[in-house]
Design a protein. Structure first.
Length: 338
């Protein structure tokens, strides 16, 4: 079934979970090929000075491509961040400073490194991507048991525009002593929907997107990739487990394999279709504490390509403008052959 859209200069769409509005500027819409990455100096740093080339003695996890653990065939290692945003300390140090709240930056900050200096996540095999995702989950499970971990963020910066300062492919895991505002709004939106409809809002989105297929980029047996109805940026994607799953830590073996495949395919389509754009991907999941409190939530991964720059309108209103409809972006990416 096709959705009927009235043509106009632009349209506003609201995210069903966060309540955020976005502008789809159809009146000045660009074609997908207009977003192809412009030629610029490659973001590469010499292997000789790269801090991620060797296996670190203090590695917290090592996954090898031959399954033998620590050795010459290592593929993924998790190491402490040398310059952490959050560090080990005593939990609970919070106070008011006049009208302001203060808390100590206690938590953890780790780096997930893949061995190949050149190959990004988009260029991995399913087996290699699976080792990375398993490292994500293993460290997530370990960190969720720390007293200070109110929330655990997993994210990846690809390219200079994304904020990456080292070109060697790597992701980061951060345990925070607070729940981030963006995640808080997502949790509030999902519980509000549940109170009205007695069902998970993300499950409703999944059912609808699978029925209309207007924004479906990719799917396998356990996961789907969509361009969100209210996409904040051109070619934004979200990856959802098809079955209701509250916590990232709760994926079983089959789901891990499916998630690794879905994430790799989404990034590979972006890499091939837009000629390797800069992007961020990051996890949204229910907080690890009070597990029964967030049964209405549904974890997912978000991918945000760097296809535009915030200007005065976006900064002043908090409303983002996308110059390509998510339906067109999804159709383009779905047709990219990998």
């Amino acid at each position: 079934m096709k959705e009927k859209q009235k043509k106009s200069i632009s349209e506003l769409r609201q995210d069903v979970v966060s309540g955020d509005w976005v502008v789809i500027a159809t009146g000045r819409a660009k074609r997908p090929h207009d977003f192809l990455n412009e030629p610029r100096p490659p973001f590469r740093q010499p292997k000789q000075t790269c801090p991620f080339e060797t296996l670190h003695a203090d590695a917290l996890i090592v996954h090898a491509s031959d399954g033998l653990g620590r050795g010459s065939r290592w593929w993924t290692q998790v190491i402490p961040n040398k310059y952490p945003a959050f560090g080990i300390g005593v939990c609970g140090k919070r106070r008011w400073v006049g009208p302001y709240r203060w808390t100590e930056g206690v938590g953890a900050h780790e780096i997930v490194v893949t061995r190949d200096h050149e190959r990004s996540f988009a260029q991995m095999s399913d087996e290699e991507a699976d080792l990375v995702v398993r490292a994500y989950q293993e460290r997530y499970i370990r960190l969720q048991n720390e007293k200070c971990s109110e929330y655990i963020s997993i994210f990846h910066n690809h390219g200079r525009l994304s904020g990456a300062t080292i070109s060697h492919p790597h992701s980061q895991i951060v345990a925070l002593p607070v729940i981030p505002p963006d995640v808080g709004r997502s949790l509030e939106g999902s519980v509000a929907y549940f109170q009205r409809h007695r069902s998970c809002v993300h499950c409703a989105v999944i059912r609808y997107e699978l029925s209309v297929k207007e924004r479906l980029v990719y799917e396998n047996d356990t996961f789907l990739v969509i361009a969100p109805y209210a996409s904040k940026t051109a070619f934004e994607m979200r990856i959802f487990p098809k079955a209701h799953c509250v916590h990232f830590a709760d994926m079983d073996g089959a789901q891990l394999v499916g998630f690794a495949n879905a994430l790799r395919m989404a990034l590979a389509k972006l890499y091939a279709g837009l000629k390797n754009p800069d992007y961020n991907f990051f996890l949204h999941t229910a907080p690890p504490g009070k597990r029964g409190e967030f049964s209405h939530y549904h974890w997912h991964m978000e991918i945000l390509p760097k296809t535009a720059i915030w200007a005065g309108f976006e900064i002043g209103t908090g409303i983002e403008i996308s110059t390509i409809a998510p339906e067109a972006a999804a159709a383009f990416l779905a047709n990219v052959k990998i």
